[in-house]
Structures are given as structure tokens and as C-alpha cells.
Design a protein around this ligand. Structure first.
Ligand code: ARG
Length: 446
């Protein structure tokens, strides 16, 4: 069995090994390709300060490219007895290149290595999440514009309240995502700083060129203070989780609306048949399971910041193994949120709206405020108008005027979708994903 990187004279107790390695052999696969990218940048920097010759660095680079390819096709494994991806890559290189492979860890610790891997992984995942959110946003704005003249009831206390519209309903979720994008932007910016060179959390006596690795990896800047760089472990994940949670909150609310409005008792929207599921006993059923699962998954995602907080709560500065456990909840969360966003987008693009909801007289009373306002505009004091209309409704003599005229910003007749889109574009456009993508590509090409 392979020795641990740190194993000297004492043999490792297998039970202790099982417990301390935990799920790393599985979870570190999320980080594998980023570990290679980080090592490519680190070795170029080691060459620049004379700790590797250019020939050594070239051989390491070839070796790492081979490992990268194996990772990308899914054939790279973390062997039994090897603790984590960081150890495995060093071991593979040492098997390939002998002593040269043993040089890559100069000036580095697994503490800054895993910090870096997490940042690179999260940066990429956040790019995907932002792209997904933007696509859903665009679909919502399109539906909002398309159905801007279709009225529907608005509710307070789930009681029929005032006229609303599909323009407002779709647009509301778009604007919610524009606010969520602000959290994603902050999360991305916080994540986009280089921790490499903080080593175990206190830097190194080698004259590391941290500016160089920052540029090679396409980061905006570094986490300068080495103690703070280490303190970012857990903090970064938690803040990213808050951003994911706010998106999840928007999706969960939208999912509940969609399930409710799709029910026969409302009949406001219809999910396309291909997006529903059937019942094993009731032949007529077309259930909105997609939105129900999405709702539950998104509710669970909203617990993620709290999960992370509780794992690392009250740790003092400096590395602790506690931090490893965060990977268990954090790494798989991205697949979940991305799946939910993609499903929501697919259905929102295809959802059908009922254009004749208001023909049903049960919604007539929602025009009461229109009538009160009409009387008030003619000079009747608001309170008197309110009373008159209330009494007419009770007496069954109220006839609604369904030709409504709402003109102020953000109302049925003036959705301001262009302004909402400008807010979104402004945040989304400021993130400059290209810099990171190009830097990573450059590390993998001659
Ligand atoms: N698997 C470890 C983690 O996720 C890697 C860092 C190990 N560092 C250490 N000092 N034991 O935290």
C-alpha cells in the first residue's frame, strides 16, 4: 500500500485512516482537474525562482498534461491507501519521473492546495450557475413581454385581491433573479482571489512569486495576507452558499406558484404534458412533479449556508481538519442547483397561460379598488367611495369594469422590463469570465 505523504516511522492504523480520509477519495474527484491546473502554475513559478530547472519543469508539465487527460476522460483514480487527490498526483508524477516528481511540493502545503482547488472549482461552477440564471432570466422576460396584456388575479392571504397579469408574474421572478445575481457576483469576486502561496497558512521562506501564479491562474488578485487566505476556507464556501441559497429561494417560490396555478382549482397555467408525470392508479393524472422536486431541492439548498456555518462554527484562525467535511455538502450542491435552474428554464419556456381566467365571475370582486379609485378621482372622498363599493358588493349590485388602466412604473401597464434587463445585464456583464477561462486554457497549451 502507498505510504502517506507524511508517513515516517509509525504505521498508520487502518481504522484511523478510514475515519480521517472519510469521503475524500470520492469527493476529491470534483477537484482533480483544478489540482493539476494549480500545480502547473505552481511549477512554472518554482522554475522562475530557481527551484526547478526548465527541463524538470517541462517534464512535470508533460506528466501533468497526461494526468489531466486521464481525469477528463474519467480514468484517473485515487488508489486505496492514498489519502487524497493532492497525494495521488504527486505519487503519479513520482512514479513517472522519479525524484523530479518529489519536487513539486516545495513552497506549498495541502492546505493552500485544497484552498486553491476549491476556488478554481467554485469559480467554474459559479460561471455555469450565472449562465444558467441568465438564461432563465431571459426566458422569464420573454414570457412576461409576450403575455403582458393577459390579466390574472393577484392574491393576498391567498384571497382574491387585485388584478395582476402574467406580465407581472413572469417579470417578478426575472427581477428576483437580477437581485440574486448580485449575490452571485459578490460570491464570484470573493472566490476569484488566489490563496496559493499561503502554504500551511503562514507563507514560506522561499521567495514565492505569488503575483505570477495569480496571473497564470487568471485571478483578479490574491488573498494577500497568508493568515487570511487560510481563513477563507469555509468562509468562501459559506458565502457562495448564500448566493446559491438566494437563487434557490427564488426558484422554490416560483415552483410553488406554478404547482398551485397549474391545479384544476386555479387553472391559470398548464404545464406541457411532456413535463408532467402520471399516477399508477388514477389514469387522469398529470402531476407537476418536476416543480415539486425542484421546490424540495431548492428548500434543501437554502439550508446549505447553515450546514457550512455549523460545521466550521467558532473555529479559531489556522487550518483544522473540520474544514474537510464542508466538501461533503458543498461540492455536490452545484449539480443540484444547476439541474434545478435548467429544469425551471425548460418548463418556463413551454408553460401555457390561460388567457380567459377573468371570464369567471368569482374574480369580479378584485376590480373593487378600480371602482373605488374611479369614484375618488371624480371627487368622492376615498373612504366614502370605499364604503359605497363595499356595500354594492355585499348587495350583489357591483359590476366590474375590467378595462383597467395602470400606468405607473412596475405596474401592469408599464412593466419596466427594459430597466430590469438593464440591471441584470450590468451585473452579469461585469463579471468577465473570459479572463479565467483563457488563463486556464493557456496553462494547458504550449
Ligand atoms: N483533505 C484535506 C482537507 O480537505 C486536505 C488538507 C490536509 N491538510 C492537513 N493539514 N491535514 O482539508
Amino acid at each position: 500500500m502507498a505510504k502517506k505523504l507524511w508517513e515516517k516511522n509509525t504505521d498508520v492504523n487502518p481504522e484511523i485512516e478510514r475515519f480521517t480520509v472519510g469521503k475524500d477519495r470520492e469527493l476529491d474527484h470534483f477537484l482533480a482537474r483544478y489540482d493539476v491546473l494549480g500545480t502547473l502554475a505552481h511549477c512554472k513559478m518554482l522554475e522562475s525562482i530557481g527551484l526547478l530547472t526548465s527541463e524538470e519543469r517541462e517534464r512535470i508539465r508533460q506528466g501533468l498534461w497526461g494526468i489531466y487527460s486521464a481525469i477528463m476522460v474519467g480514468t484517473y483514480i485515487i488508489e486505496d491507501g492514498v489519502e487524497d487527490i493532492h497525494s495521488q498526483i504527486e505519487l503519479t508524477l513520482t512514479r513517472m519521473l522519479g525524484d523530479i516528481g518529489k519536487k513539486i511540493h516545495s513552497g506549498r502545503s495541502r492546505n493552500d492546495q485544497v484552498l486553491l482547488d476549491l476556488k478554481l472549482f467554485t469559480r467554474k461552477e459559479l460561471q455555469d450557475v450565472c449562465e444558467g440564471v441568465k438564461e432563465l432570466f431571459d426566458a422569464l422576460i420573454e414570457q412576461s413581454n409576450r403575455h403582458k396584456d393577459v390579466l390574472m388575479p393577484g392574491y393576498t392571504h391567498l384571497q382574491v385581491a387585485m388584478p395582476s397579469s402574467f406580465g407581472l408574474w413572469f417579470g417578478a421572478y426575472a427581477e428576483s433573479l437580477a437581485d440574486d445575481m448580485l449575490f452571485l457576483q459578490a460570491a464570484y469576486k470573493m472566490c476569484n482571489r488566489n490563496p496559493l502561496g499561503s502554504a500551511a497558512g503562514y507563507g514560506s521562506s522561499f521567495p514565492l512569486n505569488r503575483t505570477m501564479t495569480t496571473e497564470l491562474l487568471g485571478f483578479d488578485s490574491m488573498n494577500y495576507n497568508v493568515v487570511y487566505a487560510q481563513m477563507g476556507r469555509g468562509k468562501c464556501e459559506r458565502n457562495v452558499a448564500y448566493a446559491l441559497a438566494t437563487v434557490a429561494g427564488t426558484l422554490a417560490k416560483m415552483a410553488f406558484d406554478a404547482c398551485m396555478f397549474n391545479s384544476q382549482n386555479f387553472g391559470f397555467v398548464k404545464l406541457p404534458a411532456e413535463c408532467t408525470t402520471g399516477s399508477s392508479i388514477m389514469p387522469h393524472k398529470k402531476n407537476p412533479d418536476v416543480f415539486e422536486l425542484l421546490r424540495a431541492k431548492c428548500n434543501r439548498l437554502q439550508a446549505l449556508p447553515m450546514d457550512i456555518t455549523l460545521i466550521m462554527n467558532n473555529l479559531p484562525s489556522g487550518y483544522f481538519r473540520d474544514l474537510q467535511i464542508i466538501k461533503e455538502v458543498f461540492l455536490p450542491a452545484f449539480a443540484d442547483i444547476k439541474d434545478c435552474i435548467a429544469m425551471a428554464t425548460y418548463i418556463i419556456k413551454r408553460i401555457e397561460v390561460n388567457e380567459s381566467i377573468l371570464e369567471d365571475s368569482r374574480y369580479d370582486a378584485m376590480f373593487s379598488v378600480e371602482e373605488v379609485n374611479r369614484l375618488a378621482a371624480e371627487g368622492m372622498p376615498f373612504r366614502d367611495a370605499y364604503k359605497k363599493v363595499g356595500l354594492d358588493i355585499e348587495a350583489g349590485t357591483f359590476t366590474p369594469n375590467k378595462k383597467i388602466n395602470h400606468t405607473h412604473e412596475g405596474s401592469i401597464g408599464n412593466l419596466c422590463n427594459e430597466q430590469i434587463t438593464a440591471i441584470m445585464e450590468n451585473i452579469y456583464g461585469s463579471m468577465n469570465f473570459e479572463k479565467a477561462k483563457e488563463a486556464e486554457k493557456a496553462l494547458l497549451t504550449l
